[in-house]
Design a protein around this ligand. Structure first.
Ligand code: NAD
Length: 492
């Protein structure tokens, strides 16, 4: 298949590695067909890319480029993404199996992220602060952190990359990005667009390869000043350890097991609809998926029944078919993981209300499909309630009192996001205030936008992406004090 794409690493302004002997085959999860063969980098390419980013940062040209100019380049990237939106959406769907309609939406969001940080680039000036010394100037300025290692997952390959690339470039950092080895295609394409937009050589570098080699080199290298990582909790913990070798700054966006609390006084149809969207979008492979439903007892049975009726009609299939609502999981390995997760739920006593297995439809046998699954009779101690399954699986628990609902919602090592559905505004606000997570949606689920910060409480991560806080992750703060009328102290 001709993708018209540089299937290579991008290091110091050059596309390299096309003839590498080490390669990786990228497959379409819908039918396991080969989409591309890319070079497989390791520590060697990672070191070269880090050296290029270090040299480019230390020579000072990019960090001292006026922020307005850097912002204009970032805005230009947004425009190029909009221009090539259809090509990018097709690539993303080929690589991940998600529906093209969803990928188109992703591309709009991604352009929005670049646009937001392009516009914010020159609005991050410092401030003068009051000085205790007469005739002096005391100012606080924000400077780029330096060389950033950026590691992304496979579920939203380009969206997650945009949350890292745009603020890093806007603030004058240099970077080395390692996309997930399973889904590198849209990231490659965006590096082409960044080159076209005028990002200077050495500023943004791309190395394709595995976490244990390229990723590990980024997190352990003493020439990298910051690691921004999005992925699973166990990988995040490993990265914290390796990153400690030179006390790197860390930004971690880890997993979630996100509660969605449905009160009896909620708009029933709205809550059913949003509960389904909240979890089955992209086959549940979303860090913020509302996989943990907590439903008031008086409506529990009716609510579960309504979910089941809607799930019965879900259309699974090829993301390129217009009527497909849910695509496959990302890989054979992940499908097996989800299957084991569901099996554990059954063994622990949860009842499968629908799904619970692979589909039997002959047309889906070449893809990594799993049926949308609803577990009822769940209790908080079950692994399906506590662990992030990262598949199309909802668990349903019951509650009777508001405090109990909040307690259940908070009973997790994660704290990424959660939702509350009720028509009682005061109750919604009380719950939102007590829910220990980085985002709480009221009568909504899974909505995010560039100017709202995103990140987790507890083990869901460290730091925030998006919004103004997203830019702060990529800056160091410096206090500069100048005495305009210095006098000797005469102490010694
Ligand atoms: P993963 O942790 O397996 O891999 C993520 C990235 O880390 C990949 O690029 C991988 O190659 C790399 N990696 C693996 N081992 C590494 C190591 N030792 N050192 C450095 N890098 C290493 O995660 P995944 O399976 O790709 O993605 C799914 C996970 O991502 C889920 O847990 C999901 O919740 C999380 N996620 C979180 C957010 C968020 O915003 N909080 C967003 C998307 C995905």
């Amino acid at each position: 298949m001709d993708l018209n794409l540089n299937l290579q690493h991008y290091i110091n302004g050059k596309w390299v590695g096309a003839n590498s002997e080490r390669t990786r085959t990228i497959i379409n999860p819908f039918n396991q067909e080969t989409i591309a063969v890319v070079p497989e980098g390791d520590e060697t390419e990672a070191k070269e890319a880090i050296a290029a980013a270090r040299e480019t940062f230390d020579n000072g040209e990019w960090p001292s480029t006026p922020a307005t100019e850097r912002g204009a380049i970032v805005t230009k990237i947004a425009e190029l993404i909009e221009r090539d939106k259809e090509e990018l959406a097709n690539l993303e769907s080929l690589d991940t199996g998600k529906t093209v309609e969803e990928s188109r939406g992703d591309m709009e969001d991604i352009a929005g992220v670049f646009r937001y940080y392009g516009e914010l680039a020159d609005k991050n000036g410092g401030e003068l602060i009051d000085s205790p010394v007469p005739n002096s100037i005391s100012k606080v300025v924000h400077e780029p952190v330096g060389v950033c290692g950026q590691i992304t997952p496979w579920n939203y390959p380009l969206l997650q990359a945009s949350w890292k690339l745009a603020p890093a470039l806007a603030t004058g950092n240099t970077l080395v990005m390692k996309p997930s080895e399973i889904t590198p295609l849209t990231t490659i394409k965006v590096f082409e667009l960044m080159e076209e937009a005028g990002v200077p050589a050495g500023v943004a570098n791309l190395v394709l390869g595995a976490g244990a080699t390229v990723g590990n080199e980024l997190s352990s290298s003493h020439d990298v000043d910051l690691i921004s990582f999005t992925g699973g909790i166990e990988t995040g913990k490993k990265i914290m350890q390796t990153a400690s070798t030179n006390v790197k700054k860390l930004a971690l966006e880890l997993g979630g097991k996100n509660p969605n609390v449905i009160f009896a006084d909620a708009d029933f149809e709205l809550a059913v609809d949003q509960a389904l969207n909240g979890v089955f979008f992209h086959a549940g492979q979303i860090c913020s998926a509302g996989t943990r439903l907590i439903v008031e007892e008086s409506i529990h049975d009716e609510f579960v029944q309504a979910l089941v009726e809607r799930v019965k009609n879900f259309k699974l299939g090829n993301g390129f078919d217009e009527d497909t609502q849910m695509g496959p999981l990302i890989s054979a390995e992940h499908l097996e993981k989800v299957e084991k997760y569901v099996q554990a739920g059954i063994e622990e006593g949860a009842t499968v209300a629908i799904g619970g297995k692979r589909p039997e439809d002959p047309e889906l046998q070449n893809g990594f499909f799993f049926l949308p699954t609803i577990f009822k009779d769940c209790t908080t101690d079950m692994s399906v309630v506590q662990d992030e399954g990262f598949g199309p699986v909802i668990t349903v628990e019951k509650f009777t009192k508001e405090e109990e609902a909040v307690k259940l919602a908070n009973d997790s090592i994660y704290g990424l996001a959660g939702g509350v559905f009720t028509n009682d505004i005061a109750k919604a606000e009380r719950c939102a205030a007590k829910m220990r997570m980085g985002t709480v949606w009221i009568n909504e689920f899974n909505l995010y936008f560039p100017h709202a910060p995103w990140g987790g409480f507890k083990q869901s991560g460290i730091g925030r992406e998006l919004g103004k806080l997203g830019i702060e992750e990529y800056t160091e703060t410096k206090h500069i004090f100048q005495n305009l009328k210095p006098e000797p102290i005469n102490w010694f």
